[in-house]
Design a protein around this ligand. Sequence first.
Ligand SMILES: [Zn+2]
Length: 274
Amino acid sequence: MATLKEVLEIAERTNTAIPGFNIDNIEIPEAIMEAAEVENCPVILTIGQGAINAGGLRHLPDVVRRIAESSSVPVVMHLDHSESYEQVIACLRAGFTSVMYDGSHYPFEENVRESQAVVRAAHAVGVSVECELGAISGVEDGISHSNTNLVDLDEVKRFIAVVDSDALAVGIGNAHGIYKGTPNLDFGRLEACRKLGAPPLVLHGGSGIPEEMIKKAISLGIRKINVATEVRLAFMEGLKSAVGSRDIYKMYQAAKAGTIELARTKIRMFQNKE
Ligand SMILES: [Zn+2]
């Protein structure tokens, strides 16, 4: 297992981005690891609020740990969009190597205060932290934030001066879920964040962003890209394609095959491979 900080250093050196894939069951991380090993790329296995609401922290962290133990590539176990200090602490205990604290919908000063507390606790046990500025719109795991999602550069400057986060998710016109039409990403703002000295930048809502936009974002300092919706769709499409077989293992096989293909495509795109 690796921390987020460790894999983002690799991304920084190679001018690439590491994929953060959401996992909702046991078969999805198995499929993703197969893709990551074939492509020989570090990977972030992300446990989000939906998975925690459905199954708590009882099983998935154990599954990820077992998978990571036998993996030939670095694996990060990451908590997505936590809005609770207490949940972060529970995840530190459950063996996560990275946590995201999302205080972006709180008033700025409160986001700073809470993020500082999370960073202090996580860093005490060697766990990385991702924070967020400029709430990312759309719906994630049933949580919808309707704030505008263009990050304020003055807030970035003030935030990074006092919060020692290892990664920063910024709103630049990206959104969770599936885009209606082509997303309108503010690359100038991305470039400005980097010039201010922000930590490695994270792009949420990576599902459905066209390849050329992804590559441009990476060239401007995006080092982690989250893909959730497309993973779920690939898995479910695979299940549906084999539903007539009435064999649950055939269904899983089809679902995993679709997920592996999707993950490989994203990894290659984020790694700038042809
Ligand atoms: Zn997100």
